[in-house]
Design a protein. Sequence first.
Length: 216
Amino acid sequence: MCGRYALHATPEVIALQFGLDTVPQLVPRYNICPGTEILTIGNDRKARLLPWGARGRFANARAETVAEKPMFRDAFRRFRCLVPASGFYEWQAIAKTKRPWYVQPKDAALFGLAGIVTLWQGVRGVVLMTTEPNPLMATIHDRMPVIIPAADYAAWLNPENQKVGGLLRSYPAEAMHAHPVHPRVNTPANDDPALISEFDAQPVLDILPVHGRTDR
């Protein structure tokens, strides 16, 4: 799943990365939660703020079944979108606790998450795609969000292109970095740059594969 993420790039950088004319004024956010408004780029290449979640509940959809699910299939065919992000959080179960991690591509300070825009009772909502984890993410959680490489933005957003299944894949593990962060991120009201800082890393890094280590 993808339950939280961060976006702290400036509107100017976002516009340049995604080929946009304008971007709404934004404040840096480090703990974006479902139910809040998020920046979304539609197939018309316009940026809008829309609620994260369909019907006020469904924040994620499984990439493996999104094309067949009655609730999502029309949006998947016609209203695919990109959600700009600086990084995302995932929680690792350790004993009786859950340890939060911050994850991002090594080569992209800003990237696009795959999403769809749904419509229910006249209300639009954004749902993010999730897929099987890569080897790095598998040590943390059994799902991960779908990241669309910049070279594939146009293909993903084009509603006439129905052959996008190949884009719904896990991002390469060797191209990603993950580090544990402070449990303060568990509280939605906390939203500051310190949330993405590495916290108490060594005990958990010892169980990660080599490509997830930051000390080698």
